[in-house]
Design a protein around this ligand. Structure first.
Ligand code: HEM
Length: 139
């Protein structure tokens, strides 16, 4: 039986599994990051119930470069997770991975077939991230 000797380190070293293995780890991390943000967002906005003073106080607390960078990371995580999630949905439905065929040497991997889609969506994610840098830091 295959023995997973890398343990948790296997999340950060893809070895023979290629770039999609890193995208798997990033999808996990970004998904968890978005959940943490969602909880934090609910807590912060709930201060509005305490009236205008409580709201301005909490807005003053989060109005600093660290939270601004955090917001930037949320956008990065959202853009990446959404587009990579689209790739997962499409490939899980069987699109972009080719038709099943007889295994003959040299073997073809469906991973390689869906790679153009992966590059396309990751370039799109990069464009989204560059736009968010402009919007958050330069505009
Ligand atoms: C455009 C919106 C989104 C799309 C298309 C999307 C897509 C996906 C897909 C397809 C998966 C399953 C991955 C797999 O098959 O292994 C997934 C997992 C997950 N998503 Fe999303 N998602 C979106 C938004 C969100 C948001 C807003 C959150 C958090 C608030 C989130 C949190 C997670 C988490 C925690 C996982 C589990 C990751 C894991 O166990 O590896 N997602 N997402």
């Amino acid at each position: 039986m295959y023995d997973n000797r890398l343990g948790i380190k296997g999340n950060f070293y893809a070895g023979k599994f290629g770039i999609e293995r890193y995208l798997y780890s990033l999808h996990r991390i970004s998904g968890l990051g978005l959940i943490i943000y969602l909880l934090l967002h609910i807590v912060v906005t709930s201060f509005r119930l305490g009236g205008f003073d409580a709201w301005t106080r909490v807005m003053g607390t989060v109005d600093n470069p660290i939270f601004k960078f955090g917001e930037f990371l949320v956008v990065v995580a959202g853009v990446f997770h959404g587009l990579n999630g689209l790739r997962l949905i499409l490939t899980e439905f069987g699109y972009f991975i080719g038709k099943p065929e007889r295994q003959e040497y040299p073997y073809k991997y469906s991973t390689l077939k869906q790679r153009p889609l992966m590059y396309f969506l990751m370039i799109l994610a990069l464009v989204g991230i560059v736009i968010s840098v402009y919007d958050i830091y330069l505009a």
